[in-house]
Design a protein around this ligand. Structure first.
Ligand code: ADP
Ligand code: MG
Length: 378
């Protein structure tokens, strides 16, 4: 059964949200795993996840809980994926990149530079006889087309070729028995130290911005996928491979309802389809050992197909549901929390460390009145 960790993260109120609703928020925290959410009709719902990160949470805590086990796993040839989900403006990119990928302030530094640091730390502390290589690629999925975002490195100077080369804007997914899922012709950069990795990532992020301007689209309309491949060459020349994949998903807001038309509506439908496909795959994986691999609907979207190896088998998955705490975003926040609750559903198996009584309460069930204790609410 797949090992999935689902967390929710609430960012601080934005100045715009404060202007509309003052300091009021739609959540009341109970503990590190549970909170009460007040929906648009002022009804209170209880949610619990593996961990809830409130606004004061520092990036290091998110990294340690969510990503560190995945990075350590990849060095031991276990694939892992970290996915940020939520409406535009909820904190997905902030969680992954930090305010900037080159951010050095430890409070703000995002998951991505921390993954880089840790991968190199693990490799450095390995046996001298262990020959590790680390490769990076970065792709974007927009309207079900995969394009490369990684810059090409020539003598350590980053040349932003891929995204500007229109022949690489529809990369095909291939599957081989030995190597699993592959992106045909995608640029892979061999990285030898953290500084070089950050430079490549920064070039890739700049490439995305150029591509967005060319195509007249917003970054929130595409999924961005960062793939680190860690290879260990054994003394007998066999190679062990592990991957760490970070996914900054397109905004999950339901643009259809706002009367959007034309291109915006088409984008919204495509995003919706791929996010539903992701939810369905996670659900199928978490339905237990009886679900056969052939029944997992990876082929329903490019997103799930790319993530196939990293989501199935003995891989590890972490889902970070990013939310606004403002009542003005309550409908979208509820939808994000429901997605997370659905993904976590599997974990509510008998192995969970809660009592039967507590388990009986389903995610999102109406909360008791405020004066009841946390125990009862759970
Ligand atoms: P998304 O990628 O989900 O569209 P962003 O990550 O770009 O959203 O976040 C929107 C804004 O909120 C940015 O200005 C970002 O700096 C800020 N923000 C998001 N999360 C946090 C946080 N945990 N702490 C401080 N600021 C945050
Ligand atoms: Mg973003």
């Amino acid at each position: 059964m797949t090992n999935i960790t689902v967390c929710s993260r609430f960012r601080p109120l934005s100045s715009k949200e404060k202007r509309v609703h003052g300091d009021s928020v739609c959540i009341r925290n109970m503990d590190t795993e549970t909170f009460i959410f007040k929906d648009e009709k002022e009804e209170e719902l209880v949610f619990s996840f593996d961990r809830v990160f409130y606004e004061e949470t520092v990036q290091a805590d998110v990294y340690e809980f969510l990503a560190l086990p995945i990075v350590r796993g990849a060095v031991n040839a276990i694939n892992g994926t970290i996915i940020t989900y939520g409406q535009t403006g909820a904190g997905k990119t902030y969680s992954i990149e930090g305010p900037s990928i080159l951010e050095s302030d430890d409070l703000q530094k995002g998951l991505l530079p921390r993954v880089v640091d840790d991968l190199f730390e693990c490799v450095k502390s390995a046996d001298e006889s262990d020959k590790y290589t680390i490769k990076l690629s970065m792709v974007e999925i927009y309207m079900e087309k995969i394009r490369c975002a990684c810059p090409v490195s020539v003598f350590k100077i980053m040349i932003p070729l891929d995204l500007l080369d229109l022949t690489k804007d529809n990369i095909l997914i291939k599957e081989s028995k030995v190597q699993g899922i592959m992106l045909s012709g995608v640029t892979e950069i061999f990285i030898s130290d953290p500084a070089e990795a950050l430079q490549s990532l920064s070039g890739g992020i700049a490439n995305r911005a150029v591509g967005e301007t060319q195509m007249n689209m917003a970054s929130s309309r595409s999924h961005c996928i960062y793939i680190f491949t860690v290879q260990l060459e054994l003394p007998d020349k066999r190679v062990k491979t592990g991957k760490v994949i970070l996914v900054d998903l397109a905004g999950s807001e339901k643009v259809e309802k706002t009367g959007a038309e034309g291109k915006v509506l088409e984008e919204a439908k495509t995003i919706n389809k791929s996010l539903s496909a992701l939810g369905n795959v996670i659900n199928a994986l978490t339905c237990g050992p009886s679900t056969k691999a052939s029944h997992i609907p990876y082929r329903d979207s490019k997103l799930t197909r790319i993530l196939q190896d990293a989501l199935g088998g003995n891989s590890r998955t972490a889902l970070l549901c990013c939310c606004s705490p403002s009542p003005s975003n309550a409908a979208e926040t509820l939808s994000t929390l429901r997605f997370g609750a659905r993904a976590k559903h599997i974990k509510a198996s008998p192995t969970v460390h809660r009592s039967q009584d507590k388990l009986a309460k389903k995610q999102g069930e109406v909360a008791p009145s405020k004066d009841e204790s946390c125990d009862r609410i759970l």
